[in-house]
Design a protein around this ligand. Structure first.
Ligand code: THU
Length: 125
């Protein structure tokens, strides 16, 4: 199921697996690839804080590791904050794989709205 409310519900379920003993901020994300496959991820923290990984990056890297190279949609949620938006690093990772549609608990956005004037693969062409 890939409509917005279904994707958010899947993101909430992914957030339940969050490993976030330091921030206690449970984030979940799901991504939809070009062929419609859905991959989920959660944030995975580390005692060395800088080694922590965001939920969106976990979901995207899982999709890429399965062979995906084009991702159309990302849905992200946080169980502690229903106004959660992706961080700048996550937006940049989304940019790499062509994400267009971003679903949050606050509504839907385009990546272009949240990351205008961005740097991407074609910048190096
Ligand atoms: N976090 C995400 O998973 N995604 C974001 O876009 C922003 C922040 C996580 C990282 C860390 O585990 C926790 O939220 C608090 O920053």
């Amino acid at each position: 199921m890939t409509d917005a409310s279904d994707l958010l519900e899947q993101a909430r379920q992914a957030a339940a697996a969050s490993y976030s003993p330091y921030s206690k901020f449970r984030v979940g994300a799901v991504v939809v690839t070009a062929d419609g496959t859905v991959f989920a991820g959660c944030n995975v923290e580390n005692a060395a804080y800088g080694s922590s990984v965001c939920a969106e990056v976990t979901a995207i890297t899982t999709a890429v590791a399965s062979g995906a190279r084009s991702i159309s949609t990302v849905a992200v949620t946080c169980l502690e904050d229903d106004e959660c938006f992706p961080c700048g690093n996550c937006l940049q990772v989304m940019r790499e794989f062509g994400v267009e549609r971003l679903i949050t608990e606050k509504g839907e956005y385009t990546l272009e709205e949240l990351l205008p004037y961005s740097f991407g693969p074609e910048s190096l062409a």
